[in-house]
Design a protein around this ligand. Structure first.
Ligand SMILES: *[C@@H]1O[C@H](CO)[C@@H](O)[C@H](O)[C@H]1NC(C)=O
Length: 350
């Protein structure tokens, strides 16, 4: 009985052994073929890029193999045409690429020999967000990279009128949310958030809140995007007299424009009067001097320091003529005569 029973067991053990040997052989064969056939690998995590930045989408052959003589295709399957960058033997095939990527993509030529076919993408835009595929047709190898695009900006608080504050934050991606908080971090009830998407796909959010006296004296405008873990805050301190001045400022706010215009007119008149006064004063002074210094003519020659000294083009400011600023041909002649005489004096002055 025992013998009869043992035989199949021995057979069974032999079979198990053969199967394991077979598996081991297959396993090592696979390992070896893996070594011979390099694979494209990319990052397991998404690549996060800030709008406007230049970024690298990683992709390389593992184990390293020279890719300089291979075709490299970077595509985005959701686009038409789907080609982001195509390169044949290191030469870019511009004609087949999607227009929005033209002049913005490149491979690292020196890295191709190391099997590194990473793509450089310049001036990232929100529309660049998506799944990219790197592909080498000759090796039938591909890998993917997920690109996430973000943009953040700080909010700006303005006083809209006496009791209403307005907060605005321009240039977000993806769309953020806006919250008003008090000093304790409690959310204040505010008007609805207005969201505008610009032609560059960036979002501008704004909202207004009515300030009440019980809101201690700090108010915070917070703009946040949870998916990209970004928060930007601006705090404003509301002074106590903000409330007592309410009636005053609201009544005067209507007349602030006429007051500004009147101020402007008064200012212009004042400047004109000052100019006239200075002119008259200079004229009087010069007439006095003319009498005092018998025949001596008072002329000031300033040399244009910018022009070449050898050219000696004098910038003339003639003092003592009736019309200052006008240079008659005679005065120029006189001055040119004087020029040689006074040149030394002027040079020492400088
Ligand atoms: C590929 O090249 C880029 C650019 O030089 C570099 O940043 C990246 O680290 C390289 N990747 C590998 C795997 O060497």
């Amino acid at each position: 009985m025992l013998l009869v029973k043992n035989r199949p067991t021995l057979n069974f053990h032999f079979n198990v052994l053969m199967v394991s040997v077979f598996h081991t052989v297959v396993f090592f064969t696979l390992i070896c073929s893996c070594g011979a056939q390099p694979q494209l690998t990319g990052p397991s995590q998404p690549i996060v890029a800030v709008v406007g930045d230049d970024i690298i989408l990683p992709c390389h052959l593992q184990p390293a193999e020279d890719a300089s003589d291979l075709t490299v295709e970077w595509t985005r399957p959701d686009l038409d045409p789907r080609y982001v960058h195509v390169s044949d033997y290191g030469e870019e095939l511009l004609s087949s690429e999607h227009p929005s990527y033209r002049e913005r993509t490149s491979l690292f030529i020196d890295e191709l020999k190391n099997g590194n076919i990473s793509l450089k993408l310049s001036k990232v835009k929100p529309a660049d967000e998506g799944k990219y595929r790197c592909f080498i047709p000759e090796l039938s190898q591909e890998s993917t990279v997920q690109l996430v695009v973000v943009a953040v900006s700080s909010p700006v608080i303005q006083t809209h009128n006496a009791v209403v504050l307005q907060c605005e934050s321009k240039g977000w991606y993806p769309e953020p949310e806006l919250l008003w908080l008090d000093a304790e971090g409690k959310i204040l009830s505010a008007g609805p958030t207005e969201t505008v998407r610009g032609p560059d796909d960036l979002y501008t959010v704004s909202s207004r809140v009515t300030v009440e006296k019980r809101h201690s004296n700090n108010i915070i405008c917070r703009v946040q995007q949870r998916n990209i873990n970004q928060i930007r805050e601006t705090r404003i301190k509301v002074k106590d007299d903000f409330f007592s001045d309410q009636s005053k400022s609201s009544s005067s706010s209507g007349s602030s424009v006429p007051i500004f215009i009147i101020g402007l007119i008064v200012g212009v008149i004042f400047i004109l009067a000052a100019v006239l006064f200075v002119r008259k004063w200079r004229k009087n002074k010069l007439e006095n001097k003319k009498h005092n210094n018998d025949e001596e003519t008072q002329r000031v020659i300033e040399y244009n320091t910018k022009s070449n000294e050898s050219e000696k083009e004098p910038l003339l400011e003639v003092v003592g003529q009736t019309d200052s600023g006008h240079v008659t041909p005679e005065t120029v002649e006189n001055l040119n005569e004087m020029e040689t005489q006074t040149a030394n004096n002027v040079q020492t002055k400088e």
